[in-house]
Design a protein around this ligand. Structure first.
Ligand SMILES: CC(=O)N[C@@H](C)C(=O)N[C@@H](C)C(=O)N[C@@H](C)C(=O)O
Length: 594
């Protein structure tokens, strides 16, 4: 019998990101954005033969793709090297080189919102003239004319839907990640859709079901987001349905089928439901994957979903006649999900008895090297979930266990839990991470000589803070674009985050002492372990200055710090060569410090 070698670590570099997709109005073509040829571009698959081909080339990240309902053009939003200044470009129906359509100065943002039913009007938000709160404009494709529809105020404001008769528009106004109001603009003014806009709550998934009625998800006076509606004629808000301990994250309406699709999150997994408006009836649609990145409904009633799980990269799936089929085959070279590691979900009690959920990936016995990577996730109002990370499966293949606690502030555990990180970035969440480390030690999974600390963004901040305050727990540390100084971070975030900052982290003057106490840079003297810092030069969220200052200061005091800067990346690594460079550098660093 021929014996084949075990998968190598390089094989784990061969899956690709599928970021988003769109389906043509006749459902004959699917376009998706992927780094399949090394850089992010739009690829197409024709339903008839499903062979993927390059559709639009710009070698840049996209934040959306959209077909004109009459198939005259395709729109996409591109940034430049990860700077997140997305602007709107168009290509013809057969693709090509995208042409600027709604664009401006390189530091301006143009976020796509919606197309009119006939595809003649493009609704979008722009930072031009209103950097912090954004303005909503509409572009007429026939005349090329632009008109301002709404000037955002108090917080960044996003148009999310337009009624069928185009008389009303629905908007979200972000005052914090946990305080998002929904309102409808009418000819006579605007109306909030929840009873008391002064109460802190969120609205999402806002969609017009009728010209005078919107349905949406909200956690108004509740721990978990539920499905609700607001009627403009009756001025009535009401709950339609709740999903127990699951929070509604997205609501999609299929006008042709008069059907709603609702996604919910519960801890580390997503769920999907339909709600039949004709019969007032709802049920779960069982998913063949654990997490949903994007959901689209089409005229035929079929569903298209970008779904993945811990052991399967994100793929586009179609749900038709109660059956799921995967349309793309994004997989790791020669590796099946059986060769990968499915995480265990564990729970432990934190220092104040709060229950924390965590994912534990145990390297297979035949691969295990006895070391564990401790991974605090980014966000922080996000969570580590059962979705594919090539980096995790690569480390597992090399023998590392990985432990990911969903510390206080994570999403998926109710509204109070997610608020616990607000104005407390460095105390409660840090102590949850400390308890998580103790859990690893107490359960014989790791020890200070066998534990590495790796985190990105807020996770990088937590890695730096834990390094400074608890260096005795770790062998070495990797910080990927982590916040090192709350004062400079506060000043350097994108303009449209500024209205959110006070509720999120606090005020640098009023909370000066806490900012000092919770800034990793305060603990330089105790950052004694070997450290690798990785940063994208164009990162607009955690700017390069955050990494530069900690590296400079530590090097200045004689510490040896490895520093990898990627000149053409932002808050993430989208280009294949860069991703491989990052993974290899991390692997070599951890191996050197075992
Ligand atoms: C709605 C929104 O964009 N809010 C931002 C303030 C936000 O929460 N951004 C996070 C997703 C984010 O990018 N956080 C960084 C620090 C990270 O940890 O990734």
């Amino acid at each position: 019998m021929i014996e084949f070698p075990k998968p190598t670590v390089e094989q784990f570099f061969t899956s690709y990101n599928i970021n988003n997709f769109t389906v043509s109005p006749d459902e004959k073509k699917i376009l998706f954005s992927t780094n399949m040829n090394g850089k992010v571009n739009i690829w197409a698959m024709d339903a008839a033969d499903t062979y993927p081909y390059l559709f639009a080339q710009k070698d840049e990240n996209t934040n959306f793709i959209k077909f004109d309902p009459k198939n005259r053009y395709v729109l996409a939003g591109y940034d430049h090297d990860g700077d997140e200044n997305y602007q709107i470009y168009a290509t013809g129906p057969e693709g090509g080189v995208p042409k600027p359509l709604i664009t401006g100065e390189s530091d301006e943002k143009y976020f796509f919102a919606k197309l009119s039913q006939d595809g003649n009007k493009i609704y979008y938000m722009t930072s031009k003239g209103n950097e912090s709160f954004l303005n909503t404009e509409v572009y007429d494709i026939e005349t090329g004319e632009k008109k301002t529809l709404h000037e955002g105020e108090r917080g960044p404001t996003y148009l999310v839907d337009v009624s069928n008769d185009e008389k009303h528009t629905a908007h979200l106004q972000l005052l914090a990640n946990t305080y998002i109001l929904g309102f409808i603009k009418t000819s006579s003014g605007f109306e909030y859709i929840t009873p008391d806009p002064d109460k802190v709550h969120t609205v999402s998934g806002l969609t017009f079901i009728k010209d005078d009625e919107v349905w949406f998800a909200t956690d108004y006076e509740s721990e978990y987001s539920y499905l609700a509606k607001y009627n403009l004629t009756d001025k009535a808000f009401s709950k339609v349905m709740d999903f127990g301990y699951e929070s509604v994250t997205e609501v999609q309406f299929n006008r042709d089928a008069n059907m709603l699709y609702v996604t919910t999150e519960k801890g580390v997994v997503d769920k999907l439901y339909y709600y039949d408006l004709n019969h007032d009836q709802s049920d779960e649609i069982i998913l063949p994957f654990a997490s949903i990145k994007q959901l689209s409904t089409v005229k035929s009633g079929d569903l298209y979903v970008l779904g993945g799980s811990a052991t399967e990269p994100f793929n586009i799936w179609r749900y038709s006649h109660e059956k799921w089929n995967t349309l793309t085959k994004n997989r790791v070279l020669g590796v099946t999900s059986d060769d990968m590691v499915e995480p265990e979900t564990i729970r432990f009690k934190s220092y104040d008895n709060l229950e924390i959920e965590a994912l534990l990936f145990r390297a297979k016995d035949e691969n295990s090297n006895g070391f564990t990577i401790f991974w605090p996730h980014g966000g922080p109002q996000a969570a580590e979930r059962k979705s594919y990370r090539a980096m995790f499966q690569m480390f597992l293949n090399r023998g590392y266990n990985i432990f990911c606690p969903n510390f206080r502030g994570s999403t998926g555990y109710g509204s109070s839990f997610v608020k616990l990180v607000e104005q407390d970035w460095g105390h409660g969440p840090r102590l949850d991470n400390v308890e998580a480390i103790k859990w690893l030690y107490n359960n014989g999974i790791s020890s200070p000589e066998k534990l590495f600390l790796v985190g990105g963004s807020y996770g990088g901040y937590m890695a730096l803070l834990l390094h400074g305050r608890h260096p005795e727990y770790f062998k070495a540390v990797v910080d990927i674009f982590g916040v090192s100084n709350l004062f400079t971070f506060y000043d350097s975030v994108p303009d449209h985050w500024k209205p959110i900052m006070e509720r999120w982290i606090g005020d640098p003057q009023k909370d000066k002492e806490r900012f000092q106490k919770d800034s990793p840079i305060t603990y330089l003297d105790t950052m004694s372990k070997p450290m690798l810092v990785i940063q994208g030069a164009k990162d607009p969220r955690v700017v390069k200055e955050e990494s530069d200052q900690i590296v400079e200061k530590l090097r200045g005091s004689g510490r040896e710090i490895d520093y990898l800067v990627l000149d053409d990346e932002g808050h993430g690594f989208s280009k294949k060569q860069n991703e491989i460079k990052v993974y290899k550098t991390m692997l070599e660093f951890l191996e050197k410090h075992q």
